[in-house]
Every structure is written in structure tokens, then in C-alpha cells.
Write a protein that binds this ligand. Structure first.
Ligand code: GLA
Length: 356
């Protein structure tokens, strides 16, 4: 009997360091968090034989219904669900009509990748549904990089955000007590122990929602592409620091951020391996200064949240994710107390199938 029900969970992520480097073939050091999205799917057959998807966003109390083949585009959360179904179909995966329900605890628009969590959980649940019981789970039979790329096409072609692979890879590869050093040129993912001991990592919401599709995110991507053209390199990973100094503004500063941020990722990996969390805190501060001054993706609300963490005694604080709002990450040494509104985040396991 083909599988009639399936369920999957995918976590959101926090990027410890390495921001706006993924689409520049650079380095990043994210980890999956405990919070995420759960998708439950159940096969459904209609009396007229048409294959459709009925989706229910339980947190919002909202529904959507659309044909399995060539769903028309939509806005908001529906864009993610329709896009995921459409991209699975385009990639040649067999799908069946289904009722799909999803919900979770990653705050939306807070820079913690609620969208990647939804895409990844949806992909896993839909790939499992209708499969033969003997089939291995989608996580075992399909390369994770392929799943991540499919989700990223949902963002670019259905949602309108030209994102890289950071969020999806973090969600797919997450491991407890581990950060993932991702090289976006080789697509190598190296686990790095993230043992916090009595130190704490927290996120504080700036209160400003961000949307990658409507923020300056795509503009930053264009600026990096233009800098590559002028430097004659395929990606900023190959940019020469001296040549980049001669670029016109603001491209010079954009490239300076990317080159510096790649170096900070390597420094953070070394600091974590040495158990030097104070050095990680300094790198977070340096990353934030670069994102604010050179990449120019901070806002007044984000600055206020960073100041709040630093004033509370954080060893380091910086904006996380695409910027232009969202959350701020803070690292607190034992004995210092994060503000009450901040929530602690810990590196947890990645996406997984659940009992349906
Ligand atoms: C968002 C995108 C990622 C990445 C970050 C910035 O989270 O989805 O691909 O570019 O911004 O590091």
C-alpha cells in the first residue's frame, strides 16, 4: 500500500557568522535551532478524479486550494506552498493529491528562516506521501543539496527573493551542539562543535518585520554581481582585496564586507575549536559593524536591539539573516543576564521525518 500519511519537521536557523556570503560563494557558520515547522500530509482523492492540494496554515487559520499540476502563483504563505508543489512537479518527482496542514514556532519575518523551515518540511512530507513502504526516507534517497536547491528555486521563482542556500542547508544538515561551516563554492558542510557550556546565545526580535522579496536584499545581490563584472571574477570569493579597493562606491564597501566576513568565519571556526567564546563575541561585533557600515543593511530598530543586548552585557551582538529588520543575535558569558525579551537558542538537530 502506498503511504497514505506523512509528517516532517524542519527547523529554522541562526547564522552565527557569515552573513550575505552564501550567494557570493563564500563561507558561513549557521546552526539549526529547536524551533521549526511541522507539516502533516494525508492523501486525498476527489470524486471527480482531479488531483488537488488543500493546504491549511493552522497558526493563521487560513486555507488554500490549488491543482497539483501547474498551480497559479499566489502571494504570502501561499506562494511558498504552491511554489514547493510546482517545483517538486517540475523536478519530476511523483506527487499525489493531498490535504496538508502546517504550523510551527519560528516567528515569521524575524530573520530565523521560517520560510526555509516551511519549504523543507513541505518537500519532505510531500516526497514521502504516496511512496512505497519499502522506500527509504527522502532524506536518505535524495541528496540534501538537491532538496536545498529546489527550495531555493521556490524563493527565487515564486516568492521573488534571490536567496542563496544558507537557510535550507542549515535546516537540512543541523546537528545538536554543532555549527555548520558551509563553503558555498565547494558546497562542503563541515561540522564544528558549538559547545556553549554556561555561555548563552540569544535572539532578540527588533520588532521590525522583514521580507526578503521587498527589502534591499535583491539590490545587494545585484551590487555584488556588478562588482564581479567590474573585477572580472565569477564570484566575490575570487575577488582580490587590492583590486576591490579601486571599485566605485558603494561597491567597494560591499566587497570589503564579503571579503572580511569570509575571514571572520574562519576566525570564528578557529575560536570555537579553541573554546574561546570571548573571541567569538568580538567577531560578532566586527561582523555587525561591517553589515551596518559597509553592507548597509541595518535599521534604527536593529541598532536599538543590538544596543539593548550590549548594554545588558553581551560579549557580542549582531543582526542575523537578510537584514532590514528581523532579529539580533547576542552571546552572553556566564554571569551576565540577557534582557527578558530575548529568547535563548541552542544548536539542535536538522530536518527529520515524524511518525505520521
Ligand atoms: C537570508 C537568505 C540567505 C542569506 C542570508 C544572508 O537569510 O535567505 O540565503 O543570503 O539572508 O546571509
Amino acid at each position: 500500500m502506498p503511504r497514505e500519511r506523512s509528517a516532517a519537521f524542519a527547523p529554522g536557523r541562526v547564522n552565527l557568522i557569515g552573513e550575505h556570503t552564501d550567494y557570493n560563494e563564500g563561507l558561513a557558520l549557521p546552526f539549526a535551532i529547536g524551533e521549526g515547522v511541522t507539516v502533516r500530509a494525508e492523501a486525498s482523492t476527489r470524486s471527480d478524479g482531479e488531483q488537488r492540494i488543500e493546504a491549511y496554515a493552522s497558526d493563521l487559520g487560513e486555507r488554500d486550494e490549488f491543482p497539483l499540476q501547474d498551480p497559479p502563483p499566489e502571494a504570502g504563505w501561499r506562494a511558498f506552498v504552491r511554489g514547493t508543489v510546482a517545483e517538486l512537479g517540475r523536478a519530476g518527482f511523483p506527487l499525489i493529491g493531498a490535504r496538508v496542514e502546517f504550523g510551527g514556532d519560528v516567528p515569521q519575518g524575524a530573520g530565523l528562516s521560517s520560510s526555509a523551515a516551511l519549504e523543507v518540511a513541505l518537500v519532505l512530507a510531500l516526497l514521502d506521501l504516496g511512496g512505497e513502504p519499502a522506500w527509504a526516507s527522502p532524506l536518505e534517497r535524495i541528496p540534501r543539496i538537491e532538496l536545498a536547491r529546489l527550495c531555493s528555486r521556490v524563493e527565487s521563482d515564486w516568492v521573488g527573493a534571490q536567496t542563496g542556500l544558507l537557510d535550507q542547508l542549515a535546516s537540512l544538515y543541523g546537528t545538536s551542539d554543532t555549527a555548520l561551516c558551509i563553503d558555498f563554492k565547494s558546497l562542503r558542510v563541515d561540522p564544528v562543535p558549538l559547545r556553549l557550556g554556561r555561555w548563552r546565545l540569544v535572539v532578540l526580535d527588533s520588532g521590525e518585520r522583514h521580507s526578503l522579496a521587498s527589502s534591499g536584499y535583491n539590490q545587494r545581490r545585484e551590487e555584488c554581481a556588478r562588482a564581479c563584472e567590474l573585477l572580472g571574477v565569477p564570484s566575490l570569493r575570487d575577488a582580490d582585496a587590492d583590486a576591490a579597493q579601486r571599485l566605485p562606491e558603494p561597491l567597494r564597501r560591499r566587497v570589503a564586507h564579503v571579503i572580511g566576513e569570509n575571514r571572520r568565519v574562519l576566525d570564528a571556526v578557529a575560536a570555537l575549536r579553541a573554546g574561546d567564546l570571548a573571541a567569538v563575541g568580538e567577531l560578532l561585533n566586527a561582523s555587525h559593524a561591517s553589515l551596518r557600515d559597509d553592507y548597509e543593511i541595518s535599521t534604527a530598530a536593529v541598532e536599538a536591539a543590538v544596543s539593548q543586548l550590549l548594554e545588558a552585557g553581551a560579549a557580542g551582538a549582531r543582526l542575523v539573516g537578510g537584514g532590514f529588520g528581523g532579529s539580533v543575535l547576542g552571546l552572553f558569558a556566564p554571569g551576565s543576564e540577557p534582557p527578558a525579551a530575548a529568547r535563548e537558542v541552542r544548536p539542535g538537530p536538522g530536518a527529520r521525518m515524524l511518525d505520521a
